[in-house]
Write a protein that binds this ligand. Structure first.
Ligand SMILES: NC(=O)c1ccc[n+]([C@@H]2O[C@H](COP(=O)([O-])OP(=O)(O)OC[C@H]3O[C@@H](n4cnc5c(N)ncnc54)[C@H](OP(=O)(O)O)[C@@H]3O)[C@@H](O)[C@H]2O)c1
Length: 299
């Protein structure tokens, strides 16, 4: 079998097209996204540059608040409070990781749940688990969109997620277990404490790899005909050129011969993650507009 390649760039382009219509419906409200950045890590800078470009292309106002590496917890939370009160910005993201001496959970908790477009505030995380309206973390949301939009709805299927991070594995499990369209799956979450990983992964109808180890998911760990979503992004040295290149958590060539569908790296989950952050920002602006309208109507 040779797997269908699930094209993340095409899915992301479709999402961005829909955003144009949603933004047009917002009328005079221009959606705005503010990023809070501590220090000047080059990897973070390149990620944020990508976000800024995406915002510009979509017609979303973008602003970065840069804080020095030695910023205090209080100054960081004050900067977030200023953005919470600024009506130009409907979404706020906090670039992670923060320097170790800062309390990440406290900083995430300082972001208003109404503007928490990365879904990192504990209120957002709790609502996600309860199946309530909230903002879903972009990567997990992107995996769900990739599955549904490529015709591989997880409804009724066994989804095995390798990885339990707060930004990918846990929220994805929480989303896919809901009794809702595009979800309603039986979900198993694996991690480094899982015994006999392959025994579990080979029972997956849909296998999601979000572990951060190059090509850790090998063909013997995948059931014939499974759908495989590779979230991993790992830099390795290309043996032919000696230059660095990106690979996923899945041994793509071997697994593609066994799976029915698979995402490539790059060009799979990455572009959709970026599109979902823009989509969440537009959603925040839609909710803000709706609240304002209700306020004007006195209802
Ligand atoms: N495509 C995108 O847009 C996007 C976005 C975010 C992240 N990523 C990539 O996705 C990957 C995961 O990111 P993350 O932030 O979720 O990573 P993370 O915080 O490091 O979490 C990794 C998870 O994988 C588990 N794990 C590690 N090795 C394992 C193994 N051999 N077998 C089973 N489970 C294992 C860990 O288990 P324990 O909990 O037991 O330690 C942990 O739960 C990384 O490559 C990252 O670069 C991609």
């Amino acid at each position: 079998m040779s797997a269908q390649i699930i094209d993340g760039r095409a899915v992301a382009a479709a999402i961005r097209d829909e955003l144009k219509e949603r933004i047009a419906r917002l009328g005079r409200t221009v959606p705005g996204l503010a990023a809070v950045v501590v220090g000047d890590d080059p990897a973070a800078a390149s990620y944020l540059k990508g976000i800024a470009r995406g915002c510009e292309a979509a017609g979303i106002l973008h602003h970065e608040v840069r804080l020095p590496e030695d910023v205090t917890q209080q100054a960081l939370e004050s900067a977030i409070a200023v953005l919470n009160a600024d009506d130009r910005f409907h979404g706020i993201i906090l670039q992670l990781p923060l320097p170790r001496r800062l309390d990440t959970l406290r900083a995430e908790s300082a972001i208003s749940p109404d503007k928490d477009v990365d879904g990192t505030n504990p209120v957002s995380a709790g609502k996600l688990l309860l199946g309530e309206d909230t903002f879903f973390p972009s990567t997990a949301f992107g995996v769900k969109e990739l599955l549904v939009r490529s015709g591989h709805s997880p409804e009724g299927l066994h989804v095995v997620i390798c990885g339990r991070s707060n930004i990918v594995g846990k929220p994805l499990a929480g989303m896919l277990m809901q009794k809702q369209p595009g979800a309603n799956a039986t979900v198993t979450v694996c991690h480094t404490g899982t015994r006999n990983l392959a025994e579990i992964t080979t029972t997956a109808d849909i296998l999601v790899a979000a572990i951060g180890r190059a090509r850790a998911i090998t063909a013997d760990m995948v059931r014939e005909g499974a759908v495989v979503i590779d979230v991993g992004v790992n830099q390795v040295e290309d043996p032919l050129t000696g230059k660095p290149r990106l690979v996923g958590d899945v041994d793509f060539d071997a697994v593609a011969r066994k799976a029915s569908a698979i995402t490539p790296v790059p060009g799979g989950t990455g572009p959709v993650t970026a599109a979902m952050l823009l989509s969440n920002t537009v959603l925040a602006a839609e909710r803000w507009n709706a609240t304002r309208l209700r306020g004007r109507q006195g209802g």
